[in-house]
Design a protein around this ligand. Structure first.
Ligand code: FNR
Length: 183
């Protein structure tokens, strides 16, 4: 199973990127995970959408080829970061690579709210793109108080209860992706 993770933070020590890397390593027996490069995407530009820059083509192709997508995002000002919205905007046009694509959402915050408001916005945006979202009930990966749950040394998620919950949701996502392939 080929999965692409899109991370909504460009920060060097990003907790959300640390979660992506944790998942890439932890679930390597279940899925081949690539982390998409959104740093190199230019600002969305409608005049370019029919023949976009190579980085955009590559990004869209990686989503088109994937069996599923995991979006891991921080919350910025009660929503998703602009860099993530920019990437989604490119992906939403012309060949519309999110249509029918199984998507799982996750997020990490340093405060209490665990990216809930950002994920609600993300779900709204992806519904408009006709992505197939893993239903939220029991599957909301809202990791708060990141400094207490990630290990500074390894740069990976280290909180056992959170890892255990993540294992359960990832297994459900794997089933969800398999079911979607039968459609
Ligand atoms: C934030 N942060 C934040 N946190 C939150 O819970 N709700 C919010 O609305 C915001 N807004 C916000 C705006 C901007 C511009 C920044 C830079 C930060 C804090 C944010 O959760 C924190 O910086 C995370 O550590 C960002 O994720 P990464 O970069 O560690 O993955």
């Amino acid at each position: 199973m080929n999965i692409v993770i899109i991370v909504g933070s460009l920060r060097k020590d990003s907790y959300n990127m640390q979660l992506a890397k944790t998942m890439q390593e932890r679930y390597s027996a279940k899925m081949n995970i690539d982390i998409a490069d959104i740093r190199s995407l230019p600002h969305y530009e409608q005049d370019e959408e029919n023949n976009p820059p190579e980085t955009v083509k590559k990004f869209k192709q990686s989503i088109a080829n994937a069996d599923g997508v995991i979006i891991i995002t921080p919350e910025y000002n009660w929503s998703i970061p602009g860099v993530l919205k920019n990437a989604i905007d490119w992906a939403s046009r012309v060949d519309k690579v999110f249509i029918g694509k199984p998507v799982m959402a996750a997020g990490v915050s340093i405060g209490m709210a665990g990216t809930l408001r950002a994920q609600l916005h993300l779900r709204e945006i992806l519904s408009g793109l006709q992505a197939q979202l893993l239903p939220p009930s029991g599957n909301e990966i809202l990791i708060n108080f990141a400094a207490q749950k990630f290990d500074d040394q390894s740069g990976r998620l280290a909180d056992e209860p959170t890892l255990g919950f993540l294992d359960v949701v990832v297994d459900k996502f794997v089933d969800f992706v398999k079911l979607s392939k039968k459609d």
